[in-house]
Design a protein around this ligand. Structure first.
Ligand SMILES: [Fe+2]
Length: 212
């Protein structure tokens, strides 16, 4: 992927930490020079009303969907209720089903903040997606979901679930230590993930660790 160039960006939540509009405006000002479409979903640290004010207008999108060629991208909200854990509301799952049903796209990439699977870290797995099994069942039933990307866990995850690639990317900020029972910060640098969506429904992906 030496000559790889991004065509769009997916941001999987927890954009800010201080509940301020200024933090979102900083995010906006950092991202606009990329001149790319920037798809966003909220995380447990986000403030939806403030985030929508920035991420609800082009070139950003907020829990939106867009089809490009054979691929449909959908972002969904997993931030139901308070606390660090998440849940995808039944209405949100139904919205996803409707979007997929109405799209002629052969392949779907889904983004949400919370992991629908356990990642093998005891403290993180208590603040994952409360209805992860229900979400996975729904995704499996839709048949065209090829990949799911999530944030929240600040570490690598890359597994197959019945033909669905389940991916987490280390944070663009601090990392969490994989496999830890309690909160622990890793010493790895920020990272992002390059994802190439192939015509056959597979994804090629590689991590890029950003060393300052
Ligand atoms: Fe989070």
């Amino acid at each position: 992927m030496a000559d790889w160039r991004a065509k769009r960006v997916v941001v999987t939540g927890d954009l800010i930490q201080d509940d301020s509009a200024e933090a979102y405006e900083r995010f906006r000002d950092l991202m606009l020079p990329l001149k790319l479409r920037i798809h966003c979903v909220p995380g447990n640290h986000d403030v939806p009303a403030l985030m929508r004010a920035v991420c609800g207008r082009p070139p950003f999108s907020y829990c939106a969907y867009e089809q490009v060629g054979d691929w449909l991208f959908v972002g969904i909200d997993s931030c139901v209720g308070s606390g660090a854990g998440g849940e995808v509301a039944r209405e949100e799952l139904d919205r996803l089903s409707d979007i997929v049903a109405r799209s002629p796209a052969r392949h779907v990439l889904l983004a949400l903040h919370h992991p629908p699977v356990a990642v093998g870290s005891r403290w993180l797995d208590t603040v994952g997606l409360r209805n992860g099994d229900e979400v996975l069942e729904r995704l499996r039933g839709l048949n065209r979901i090829r990949a799911v990307i999530f944030g929240h866990v600040h570490q690598v995850y890359d597994e197959d679930y019945h033909g669905i690639r389940i991916l987490a990317t280390p944070s663009t900020c601090r990392q969490f230590k994989p496999g830890s029972d309690e909160f622990a910060v890793d010493d790895k640098p920020p990272a992002y993930r390059r994802i190439t969506l192939r015509e056959d429904g597979k994804v090629d992906t590689e991590l890029v660790w950003v060393r300052e």
